[in-house]
Design a protein around this ligand. Structure first.
Ligand SMILES: [Mg+2]
Length: 383
């Protein structure tokens, strides 16, 4: 059993379980996804900051896990969320096969393709994108994610190279918001989305970040764990006042519930959400993995299955590492005032799947997520 830090116990957490899930294929250099599940009065939450992340980032992720297990998510305004499939940076033929299988199995009509892999060129990216485009029916939408790999000039060239592919957008073409803004000022052929530029900002909820993101991009990607929870991510999304895409973080099926809750609570869902990442995991903590049908995920919470959880147990020394890390991040989080995620302990989450309600809009000023600085190689894990 994992020891529960006192501050988490005080917030209502009654159980913590560690898991290690093998990936179905090597993803950015690793074959395993590790994390922890927290159980509290509201249900199960996930805490799975990537191993190389600093404790400051881990504390933001913990706020999200605590909200899920002891807090209350906003009410949904839709019963299903549309999701996209994701294709790793594979050679063209493999990428096309992967994309076609994902399209057939999931029914997703939006496919995100990873580009700008280390050692690859934009011509490789073009060949991959073209192979995927040619393998799929014409109505399937494509988007590309560069994880900030390009300079402004390289991104401009790449976007012109991809111009005939009619991409929905190119995600994080350059590393910084300033570079993305400079690229956007050059009027590339297509839309720009930012992902890391928002979630790694010093204060993602600040007016400054909001203005910078609006300047840099046409679309913003919002992820629950780094933004400190569903409520703070929703506040940030609404505050941005621009189209947003909800995306996951290679979560287990329990963790995906939070992304689903965010996508379900947004006033509008103009773009498919990046929550169909279940295919990247070989096993899961739930009895059945959360995978889309007809390109959609049902809006509901997913709970761990005792047998699946037992089968996903970590090696003892890894579990100790995670336990120590949890204690440090819990202490950091407890030290912070006004995280907005610990002020609703004990409330029961009601997340009906078929009820339409008026979305409660809160003042973002009262719900800013914890400040944190992201790791230099955050893109490594970005999905
Ligand atoms: Mg991304």
């Amino acid at each position: 059993m994992v020891e529960i830090p006192a501050s988490l116990r005080a917030a209502g957490v009654v159980q913590v379980a560690a898991y290690a899930l093998p990936l179905s294929r090597r993803f950015r250099g690793t074959m395993v996804r590790e994390g922890m599940l927290l159980q509290g009065p509201s249900g199960w939450g996930e805490w799975a900051p990537f191993p190389e992340y600093a404790d400051a980032a881990g504390a933001a992720w913990l706020a999200a896990g605590l909200e899920a297990s002891t807090g209350r998510w906003p009410d949904p305004v839709r019963a299903q969320v549309t999701v996209n499939a994701i294709v790793p940076a594979l050679p063209p033929l493999e990428a096309a096969e992967f994309a076609l299988a994902a399209f057939v199995e999931s029914g997703c009509t939006t496919i995100k393709v990873k580009v700008s892999e280390v050692g690859g060129s934009t011509v490789d990216d073009l060949e991959r994108l073209t192979a995927v485009r040619d393998a799929l029916p014409g109505h399937v939408k494509l988007r590309a994610d560069a994880n900030g790999a390009w300079t402004v000039d390289a991104a401009l060239s790449a976007m012109w190279l991809f111009a005939d592919l009619d991409l929905e957008y190119v995600e994080q073409p350059c590393a910084s918001l300033d570079e993305c803004a400079a690229l956007r000022a050059k009027r590339p052929p297509g839309l720009i989305a930012v992902d890391e530029g928002l979630r790694l900002a010093v204060d993602p909820a600040s007016r400054q970040t909001r203005d910078d993101v609006r300047r840099a991009a046409d679309v913003a990607v919002v992820k629950v764990p780094p933004l400190g929870g569903v409520r703070s991510a929703l506040d940030i999304a609404i505050g941005l006042d621009m189209p947003v895409v909800v995306s996951g973080a290679l979560d287990s099926s329990v963790g995906l519930s939070a992304g689903i809750a965010l996508a379900a609570a947004l006033p509008e869902q103009p773009y498919a959400a990046g929550l169909a990442t279940g295919r990247l995991l070989s096993t899961d903590v739930t009895a059945t993995p959360v995978v889309p049908r007809h390109g959609q995920l049902h809006v509901e919470r997913h709970v761990p299955d005792p047998e699946a959880l037992a089968a996903s147990a970590m090696e003892p020394e890894r579990q100790l590492w995670w336990q120590d890390r949890l204690a440090r991040c819990a202490a950091l989080l407890a030290d912070r005032a006004g995280t907005g995620s610990l002020d609703r302990p004990g409330e029961t989450i009601v997340l009906p799947s078929s009820r339409t309600v008026v979305l409660p809009v809160e003042d973002p000023a009262h719900s800013s997520p914890p400040r944190f600085s992201g790791p230099a190689d955050a893109a490594r894990w970005s999905v």
